[in-house]
Design a protein around this ligand. Structure first.
Ligand SMILES: NC(=O)c1ccc[n+]([C@@H]2O[C@H](COP(=O)([O-])OP(=O)(O)OC[C@H]3O[C@@H](n4cnc5c(N)ncnc54)[C@H](O)[C@@H]3O)[C@@H](O)[C@H]2O)c1
Length: 356
């Protein structure tokens, strides 16, 4: 099957290339560069080596930089080490960075590129499902600091994104399922065909080598691409991508980020659906569909019965809250997202009963 190119618009348009064996498409996204830093963590070293080989074959000078894996790599000290390497190699404004790995590495690579000489090109090569459908597309980059997760960063759209579906074959099944939570989210907020594909055969949806997952990846990226094309800086429409994230972020925080992001979002999606149902905005069948779709993917849909007060306090400082007023992305129907502003505490508590 041929490659798919999904355009992302806005001030700095780019393409997301999706397919099998598509890594050779990277050099073409970096015309004019002489040197290219290839950031990666140890588990993806072999893939990064292949990328470096393709760059060298295209006449570019690759500079492989290994960074600590996962969140351990999303630190300012690691970004600083990378900048020192770029400085030592004499990286100029026309040189570039490639990020090969999960969302943590692509967030770091984007941030390193955003700050070096106030911005050089980055090509993202996400290797996790979450990275492909979420982290690598949209231009949000950043690191974690003592003040919190993802509070320091920059909007820096990539020059291109290359999603090689073959790389998903080595992703642990639990991580694949967690990525599918974001895919299902896209189904509920914008593209119900995603839900139909999952419901038709949830096992096929989890097969990294099959055509169903490929279509899910392409559809989810297309949803995110449409939204960020219209609103890069989250001044309005982009907010809908946070469906399920208000409670999800609170759960992640309470779990000190030991839960997978997608697992927390799955619980958050069921909660948001129940809130909309109780607020009289969503029909019962669509609300119930959240639970059945997520359960069929092996995702969690419940959380600690005694945690509501703590989660409530955490939700109040969520980035979507304005002052003390809580705001939730909810559905007014399938693929019809809206905002629920300032729901009363009793409603929030009642909805929580659906996830214990
Ligand atoms: N910038 C954004 O818009 C955005 C959006 C969502 C999430 N994120 C960020 O993404 C990160 C989470 O991303 P993630 O879920 O990919 O986690 P991750 O990057 O921590 O990767 C999880 C683990 O999977 C490994 N891995 C990745 N691809 C693999 C593969 N193909 N085979 C084997 N192992 C592989 C990684 O090395 C790591 O050990 C978080 O830091 C989150 O804040 C950013």
């Amino acid at each position: 099957m041929s490659d798919t190119r999904i355009p992302v618009g806005g001030d700095s348009p780019y393409e997301v290339l999706v397919g099998r064996d598509v890594l050779s498409g990277i050099p073409a996204m970096l015309s004019g560069a002489a040197q290219v830093a290839v950031l990666h963590a140890a588990p993806l070293a072999a893939l990064a080596e292949r990328v470096a080989g393709d760059l060298a074959a295209a006449g570019l000078r690759p500079l492989p930089i290994e960074v600590p894996d996962a969140e351990a790599g999303k630190r300012l000290s690691v970004a600083e080490d990378c900048w020192e390497r770029l400085g030592a190699a004499g990286f100029t404004r026309t040189d570039a960075v490639v990020g090969v790995g999960g969302g943590a590495v692509t967030d770091l690579a984007g941030f390193v590129a955003a700050c070096w000489l106030r911005g050089v090109r980055v090509v993202q090569v996400p290797t996790s499902l979450l990275g492909m459908v979420d982290a690598a597309v949209g231009g949000k980059t950043g690191v974690n600091t003592a003040a919190g997760k993802n509070l320091v960063g920059a909007f820096h759209p990539p020059a291109g994104v290359v999603c090689d579906l073959d790389s998903l074959a080595t992703l642990p099944p639990r991580d694949l399922a967690a990525g599918l939570a974001e895919v299902a989210k896209c189904g509920f907020i914008a593209d119900p065909a995603i839900l139909a594909i999952i419901e038709a055969d949830p096992e096929a949806a989890r097969d990294p080598r099959g055509p169903a997952l490929r279509e899910l990846v392409e559809r989810a990226i297309a949803v995110k691409a449409r939204v960020v094309s219209a609103d890069l800086r989250e001044s309005g429409l982009r907010e809908i991508l946070n469906y399920g994230h208000t409670l999800g972020h609170a759960i992640e925080k309470r779990e000190r980020y030991a839960w997978r992001h997608g697992d927390a979002i799955a619980v958050g999606l069921v909660y948001a659906a129940e809130l909309a149902l109780l607020a009289g905005r969503l029909d019962e069948a669509t609300a119930r569909r959240h639970r059945s779709v997520l359960v069929s993917l092996g995702l969690p849909v419940s959380y600690a019965a005694d945690a509501f007060d703590e989660l409530h306090a955490a939700m109040r400082v969520d980035k979507k809250s304005r002052g003390a007023t809580l705001r939730f992305v909810v559905l007014d129907g399938l693929a019809a997202p809206g905002i629920l502003t300032g729901p009363d505490d009793a409603l929030l508590r009642r909805a929580y009963r659906s996830v214990i």
